[in-house]
Design a protein around this ligand. Structure first.
Ligand SMILES: Nc1ncnc2c1ncn2[C@@H]1O[C@H](COP(=O)(O)OP(=O)(O)OP(=O)(O)O)[C@@H](O)[C@H]1O
Length: 405
């Protein structure tokens, strides 16, 4: 590009211009070139300054980027993949957000996946399944040690549970021959401490089935954002352990009637329930898996779970009557050194309001009364004192629950 003297277009006519004119023309030209040069230098300086500015910005961003990668990440669960982005729900504050994700990352992500997000909620990486979360909400017992003989006063309920849960597991061909579908799920409902869990455990024991228990409240409250996934895991574990009895305690926590409010907590509960319903509905050949659920709040249940093919067998497990309490006293004192003066019929009449769990507590407490009195034999007065104590404790707990309700 550099001009040589030969190519330069001279600012005068070589033949006609006088020496003086030539000098003048050249001086004018020099002046113009000098000012152009000046202009170019200024531009170059500006460009250099601009370049410096960008360099600094680049360094700042590189640093920021590094910091972002190092700073703690938050855990969230993917709710939905939409065209506008990925909907995630943060664990802890339970807030939902729409975030962006790279195309490569999007391929690894599916609803319910656990992901790590940074401060600006961008998904940084996906997290592998956390099996210990599973273990923390699921209680898996190969064959629980409760048998039908340990349960008092629930003859009818026991009969019904055996027909609906035990028979399909032990004699599935009978249902085939008769041409009917065994009930899908059994719902036990009634006040706390009346033996619902025991019934489920006993049936698992009788059929040599694995007992898998999960509490509905833990599903939705302890592991926020994981409810639906845990329900899926629950059925997966059951399939891995066939024959199995799935016991979902406090099902009201995931299957409560829909409320008007649209808080994210409700959405979470809904999603968990939907997952449960879809697992039950999609469970064509349920094979060697039976589902038992329990609740103390039948009135709160969403009717959707009671539709045919779901929890369509309802069994009420009430507080024991006089005869039931007597039997439960006998069951829980089997291994105890009880004095001859002890009359269980009288005790059962006195402890009219007691549940099965209360009767058990009375027996243990009566034993403690004897020990405190340095005796090895338990007397009627010990049982009476124990009932008073159990009642007082129950009143106290009721007071506390009212305060916190
Ligand atoms: N009918 C019963 N016969 C013998 N023992 C009973 C009976 N009901 C309750 N119990 C005693 O009370 C304990 C608690 O009972 P269980 O856990 O089965 O009650 P539940 O109805 O499942 O209660 P919750 O609704 O609070 O979960 C049992 O381990 C047992 O010792």
């Amino acid at each position: 590009m550099s001009d040589t003297v030969d190519d330069v277009d001279l600012p005068y006519d070589e033949d006609e211009a006088s020496q003086q004119e030539k000098i003048q023309a050249l001086e004018d030209r020099l002046e113009i070139l000098e000012s152009q040069n000046e202009e170019m230098r200024d531009k170059l300086l500006d460009a250099n300054a601009e370049n410096n500015k960008y360099q600094q910005k680049l360094e700042r961003l590189t640093h920021e980027n590094k910091k972002l990668k190092q700073s703690p990440l938050f855990v969230a669960t993917v709710q939905e993949l939409t065209d506008e982005g990925v909907i995630i729900k943060q664990h802890g504050n339970n807030q939902e957000a729409l975030t962006e994700v790279t195309e490569e990352m999007r391929e690894d992500i599916e609803p319910d996946a656990r992901v790590a997000v940074n401060n600006s909620l961008s998904i940084v990486k996906t997290l592998s399944n956390e099996t210990d979360v599973r273990a923390r909400v699921m209680e898996v017992t190969e064959s629980p040690e409760v048998s039908y003989e340990d349960i008092g006063g629930l003859e009818e309920q026991m009969q019904e549970v055996r027909e609906t849960v035990e028979m399909p597991l032990e004699k599935p061909e009978m249902f085939d021959d008769v041409g009917i579908e065994p009930p899908s799920g059994v719902l036990l409902y009634g006040p706390p401490g009346t033996g619902k869990t025991m019934l489920a455990k006993a049936v698992a024991n009788q059929t040599d089935a694995t007992f898998i228990k999960m509490a509905g409240s833990e599903l939705v409250h302890k592991f926020i954002g994981e409810g639906a996934k845990l329900v899926r895991d629950l059925f997966k574990v059951a399939r891995e352990h066939e024959p199995a009895v799935i016991f979902i305690d406090e099902i009201d926590a995931i299957a409560a009637k829909r409320t008007e409010s649209k808080t994210s907590g409700d959405a979470e509960v809904q999603r968990t329930m939907m997952q449960l319903l879809s697992e039950m509905d999609g469970f064509e050949d349920r094979g060697e898996i039976r589902i038992i659920a329990a609740t103390n709040r039948f009135d709160m249940l969403d009717r959707a779970i009671l539709r045919p093919g779901r929890f369509d067998r309802l069994i009420e497990v009430p507080k024991p009557n006089q005869e039931g309490r007597e039997i439960i006293f006998e069951i829980h004192t089997r291994g105890m050194n009880v004095a001859d003066d002890v009359d269980f019929s009288e005790l059962a009449a006195e402890a009219e309001e007691a549940s099965g769990a209360d009767v058990k507590a009375i027996c243990t407490e009566a034993g403690m009364f004897a020990i405190r009195d340095d005796r090895t034999e338990i007397r009627m007065e010990d049982f009476r004192g124990a009932w008073e104590k159990v009642q007082a404790e129950t009143d106290e707990t009721d007071e506390v629950s009212k305060t916190f309700a």
